[in-house]
Design a protein around this ligand. Structure first.
Ligand SMILES: [Zn+2]
Length: 455
């Protein structure tokens, strides 16, 4: 009998929570995140005990198992692993470069771009500097053949949105090697995609176009890119030597981690709202902001919902995607399987912009939801959330777009994100506990809002 009474009390207290007005429910989320939060400690474990976790690596295997067990321990109704075939590449043990002109010589701090071929020993060639890919066409094979091309266009400092500035300089990294190879270049150096002026090279994805013979590609720190620029200005015959021993392995099967909180409404319980981030990271630094923060945000959102006794109307899924950085096979596989299984996805939220102070959400949703959200967000004013903007949601959830346009990207302050992004500086110490916790609560708040608003 006592058990029955306890169960009934549990039921009523849970029902009360669900029926409370928005602002009271939201304050409970923030109280749980800030007063009893676990995301900061979870991030410490992910960064310090497991470390960086590139697709195909053993550390990603460990991280997948960590995520699976953590989500189960927080009371998810089910946790499953979804097989994903991913590329497996290693930067090897060497990334050395020097320059030499008539007047001076020195070290250059570089790191291979993800997927680069090795140099096959020391590669030495004259270096030629360009700011834009189009310049290569003008220079032509006669001036490029046999040389190393330095792509040295900085991210635009006048753009307030750093993500847009990153996007504006991105083609050098993604397509620089293929474009330069077309004109006979033997290697490329790409100015690191960061506003920071420092000595840390920032890696990132690149692809080789079909029909072009691949040439080695490395990121160079902004300080060294400036130094090399000065050397080339003073002596156009400046030479660069670079040595990288990257290795490409066979693809490997790894897994997305999927945790489910089942919806309690007969009509809508089967419909899915997804919260996700990406578990893989680049293999330098610790993947703390990118995207350890997003991973612990969404895990914490699930923990908070359970802790305050929230019972979702729809099915809430937390997905730890893999392979966002170099292929997005995690996001693509998830969307393909959802379609194949005839699941109904009604919304997806991604956190992949770092663990900084929350500002709001980007969305690709339709007008009705957008206007409702704009009105609701006033409830979050006291938590520092002001923005609902139309814009990019996230790489991992984008493949779901044919199934739902209700896609959301969590937007924290972005001014420092690219100081750390894809570099040795992306470590746990550079994430602020309180900012991280506010982010987790902000994501839980949006998820609960959508759960209540959407039919
Ligand atoms: Zn990321």
């Amino acid at each position: 009998m006592r058990q029955v009474i306890t169960l009934l009390l549990c039921f009523f207290s849970t029902a009360q929570v669900s029926a409370q007005p928005d602002s009271l429910l939201v304050s409970k989320l923030y109280e749980e995140a800030l007063g009893r939060g676990e995301c900061y400690e979870n991030l410490r474990v992910l960064c310090k005990d497991i470390g960086h976790r590139l697709s195909g690596s053993e550390s990603l295997v460990t991280a997948i198992s960590w995520g699976e067990h953590l989500l189960a321990s927080y009371g998810a109704d089910e946790v499953e692993l979804q097989r994903v075939n991913v590329p497996h590449w290693s930067r090897g043990t060497k990334a050395q470069a020097t320059f030499k002109s008539k007047k001076e010589e020195g070290l250059l701090r570089i790191t291979a771009l993800g997927g680069s071929v090795p140099t096959e020993g020391m590669l030495t060639a004259q270096v030629i500097e360009v700011k834009r890919l189009e310049e290569l066409e003008k220079l032509g094979e006669s001036q490029i053949k046999g040389k190393i091309v330095l792509f040295n266009r900085a991210m635009d400092p006048l753009m307030i949105n750093t993500g847009s500035a990153y996007g504006g300089a991105f083609d050098q990294r993604s397509d620089g090697a293929s474009t330069a190879a077309k004109y006979g270049a033997v290697g490329v150096l790409v100015r690191s995609l960061t506003h920071a002026l420092d000595t840390f090279p920032h890696t990132g994805s690149m692809t080789y176009r079909e029909g072009v013979s691949p040439i080695p590609a490395a990121a160079i720190s902004t300080v060294d890119a400036d130094r090399l620029h000065q050397s080339i200005q003073a002596d156009p015959t400046t030479q660069v030597s670079m040595d990288m021993d990257c290795i490409k392995y066979e693809n490997r099967d790894q897994a997305n981690v999927i945790a489910t909180l089942r919806g309690n409404d007969k009509q809508t319980g089967e419909h899915v709202i997804v919260l996700g981030g990406h578990l893989d990271s680049w293999d330098i630094g610790e993947g703390a902001h990118d995207d350890g923060a997003g991973i612990v945000h969404v895990i914490e959102a699930l923990r908070i919902m359970k802790a305050i006794g929230y019972q979702p109307r729809h099915t809430i899924r937390v997905v730890l995607y893999i392979n966002e950085e170099n292929g997005n096979h995690g996001g693509i596989t998830y969307a393909e399987q959802a379609e194949k299984n005839k699941e109904t996805h009604i919304a997806a939220i991604e956190s992949d912009s770092g663990g900084f102070t929350p500002r709001g959400y980007n969305t690709e949703c339709g007008d009705t939801l957008y206007h409702a959200l704009t009105a609701w967000i006033e409830n979050l004013e006291m938590y520092g959330i002001h923005q609902v903007k139309r814009g990019w949601s996230g790489v991992d959830i984008r493949p779901l777009k044919p199934q739902t346009t209700n896609l959301f990207g969590f937007i924290p302050d972005g001014q420092r994100y690219f100081d750390y992004h894809h570099s040795n500086r992306d470590v746990f110490e550079n994430v602020n506990k309180r900012e991280l916790e506010l982010g987790a609560a902000s994501i839980a708040a949006l998820a609960i809002y959508l759960d209540n608003y959407l039919p």
